[in-house]
Design a binder for this molecule. Sequence first.
Ligand code: AMP
Length: 283
Amino acid sequence: MAEVRRSGATIVLVPTMGSLHEGHLSLFEIAGKVRSDRNLFVVGSIFVNPLQFGPGGDYDIYPRNLRRDVELLSGRSCDAVFAPSVKEMYGAGGETQVVVNRLSEPLCGAHRPGHFEGVLTVVAKLFLIVQPDIAVFGQKDAQQALIIKRMIDDLGFPVELLLGPTVRSSDGLAESSRNTFLSPEQRSIALGLYRALQAVRDSLIEGERSVVALEDVGRRVLVDSGLDRIDYFEIRKLPELVHPEEARGHLLVATSAFVGRTRLIDNLVLQVDGESVIEAALF
Ligand code: AMP
């Protein structure tokens, strides 16, 4: 990387846990277009990070397929793959962690203790190893993106963060490495996540502004779809993720629920001004 840096190339990092799908590939596409000239060096990292999985999580069974991933990336805008072992990343250490307070507390943070500390620690390490000028993340993990942005700002990492929109399959299900765990029947249940988000958007368009009522609409669609183990369905104000009473302004509608033993997440980012309800970017 030192050599690449000396060449004056713009270094772009796309961090992933591998088992790549269209969502990941869209981030590489974004990475390959950040500069119109060719002096660009895109690094994809593939690392299933044990620090971000809690006890009883799916670390051991998380899908891994490095050979296929490298094949998928070889025809695309990716100049190097960094796929370290756990030992290479953490050695005998692992005592230092990065914490972002407050933003890590609600939503996924409330249900996955230590998760965001694990994410931040590995992302900080990847930034120090690769030293990218730009890092690309997906809006699918909206809370994660907000927290990483906060870490970048607070610690002064000289990294620009770019976000890619959530890529969905044609039935609306957000692409996820964990979708491979779903049976066809479970997959049709999982469609309830996006349906619930859309139902909330429709209620907003019809004029509903009560957050309690809107969250109720979403949760009901989840349950009716067969998603009966819900971690959360919440509307939060951006960028601080406070829980408002009225649904106005820049909003994150986020949900997580289990289908069988598979935990899935999804979200919509909306801008609500007066009567107008439009999909928006996270930042
Ligand atoms: P993961 O491998 O799940 O840790 O994800 C690596 C990166 O890909 C993260 O920045 C995710 O937000 C992003 N990502 C995952 N799924 C999608 C998707 N369906 N659309 C866009 N980005 C995604």
